[in-house]
Design a protein around this ligand. Structure first.
Ligand SMILES: Cc1ncc(COP(=O)(O)O)c(C=O)c1O
Length: 456
């Protein structure tokens, strides 16, 4: 459920008519619904309430600091994977003990930064809120990363009365197939993330008693999107068995971070509900949570994908061979998911006649009016630059506004300036208010760092 709906043929986000908004703000344009972000957060929190989990919204899915602030106002923590995301978390004023940090390639400076001791001069810590506050949990992906964390923490005095040792969870690969695109399958044995279960035992035997960094948790992130809740069940069975073995060997596990990957309804009815995921997962963890195990969830797309749309203007309609192309001002540089993963996004005009008002988001929605198959493509000089192929659409003409639904996750966060297109604007709608939360970039923005060229 979300707050994007057609009223008399015109698409609204909450109380805002999107055709009018695009007229004022230009295109391409990302539009997010505050009410939908909160609705999804609340439903997830309710579904898993019995476990009293810490929900850490995955920053990479939609990193705008206004979105982060909104979710934090509901109690959300954040899952970050870089120093840049940690910087956003601090700028959004999210409490640092609610921040968890994964990622296979944390640099020494990023680790220092996460320990609250900024080590580089890339930004002035005096302007960063809580720059001296350490994060809540490091999700560790390799032996050498743990050694690096422990050695940096030791050099800063961790484990002394002045500085607590950082808490760490080992990211494990339970080797369960998430049945999703190979680029977004992360919990298999052969991926670069985490360590396999056998290695995990040796990992704890080697580092589990370190005093500079406390290895007290397990972390998983299986892939994304996962439309079958049993994937979590299978992964948890293996991970809980590991956790029990570790406890027997004298390594108590206090935190279990089960990652994200919960699906979003890109096609109406495709994704399981939050309750369906919870019905599979909660019974496995109920008793352990009651005994004090801290559960962490890292949802991204399930909260923000359907809380955002991308608005694009049709520039040209052309035919070539037996194909029809709708060329618009958004493309792979604005939303790369179709080109990168073959991902499906429902695309429909923002204003339609009664025969074309859709009641579902599907490849071929059930409407009375005629549809024409087209490729929806962007302006980028790559034949992989498309938003949809062979897509049945109502007749569209130059100047029409198209809506790409389900674009709130991994849309703007993966957008690029390829072909020197400035990044689009982002708008956060709240009721009848529309706030520009990121202004559209200008051509000056494109070159400003090049104008500062200086001798090294
Ligand atoms: C470690 C980690 N946690 C959480 C997520 C969020 O995944 P999703 O947006 O599918 O919930 C990701 C996504 O790649 C991830 O890498």
């Amino acid at each position: 459920m979300d707050h994007f709906e057609y009223r008399d043929g015109r698409l609204f986000c909450e109380q805002i008519d999107l055709s009018e908004l695009a007229h004022r703000a230009g295109t391409p344009l990302y539009v997010y619904s505050a009410a939908t972000l909160l609705l999804h957060y609340d439903r997830l929190a309710q579904a898993f309430a019995e476990l009293n989990p810490l929900i850490c919204f995955s920053v990479k899915s939609c990193p705008n600091i206004h979105v982060l602030r909104l979710l934090a106002s509901r109690g959300s923590g954040l899952d970050v994977v870089s120093g840049g995301e940690l910087y956003r978390a601090r700028m959004a004023r999210v409490p640092m003990d609610k921040v968890v940090y994964a990622g296979v390639g944390k640099t020494d400076d990023e680790i220092r930064d996460a320990l609250g001791r900024l080590g580089d001069d890339r930004h002035d810590p005096s302007h960063v809120p809580d720059a001296d506050q350490p994060i809540g949990l490091f999700n560790i992906e390799s032996e050498s990363e743990f050694q690096t964390l422990a050695s940096i923490a030791r050099s800063l005095g961790a484990g002394t009365p002045e500085m607590a040792s950082p808490e760490a969870a080992l990211r494990v690969n339970p080797d369960v197939d998430p049945k999703t695109h190979k680029y977004t399958s992360t919990g298999l044995k052969e991926t670069k993330f985490g360590v396999d279960l056998e290695r995990a035992r040796a990992f704890f035997a080697r580092f589990g008693r370190d005093r500079s960094a406390r290895l007290t948790g397990l972390h998983l992130h299986l892939g994304s999107p996962i439309t079958d809740p049993n994937v979590y069940v299978r992964a948890l069975e293996k991970s809980l068995a590991l956790s029990d073995d570790l406890e027997r060997d004298g390594f108590p596990i206090c935190t279990l971070d089960i990652g994200g990957g919960f699906a979003a309804d890109y096609t109406t009815g495709l994704a399981p509900s939050f309750d369906q995921y919870a019905r599979a997962i909660v019974p496995m963890l109920r008793e352990r949570a009651a005994r004090g195990l801290r559960i962490i969830l890292e949802p991204g797309r399930t909260i923000c994908a359907n809380a955002g749309v991308l608005l694009a203007r049709v520039l040209y309609v052309k035919e070539s061979g037996d194909r029809k192309f709708v060329v618009c001002d958004a493309g792979m540089h604005t939303l790369i998911r179709p080109a990168l993963y073959g991902a499906f996004h429902f695309i429909w005009p923002a204003a339609v006649g009664p025969d074309h008002e859709p009641t579902e988001r599907a490849l071929r929605p059930n409407v009375q009016g005629t549809l024409e198959e087209c490729d929806v493509v962007g302006p980028v000089c790559e034949s992989g630059d498309f938003l949809a192929k062979d897509r049945p659409l109502p007749p569209v003409a130059r100047g029409d506004l198209l809506t790409v639904f389900g674009a709130g996750a991994y849309g703007m966060s993966m957008a690029s300036r390829y072909n020197s297109h400035p990044l689009p604007a982002e708008i956060l709608v709240d009721g009848d208010q529309a706030l520009v939360v990121r202004r559209r970039e200008s051509y000056e923005d494109l070159v400003m760092h090049e104008l500062e060229a200086e001798e090294l």
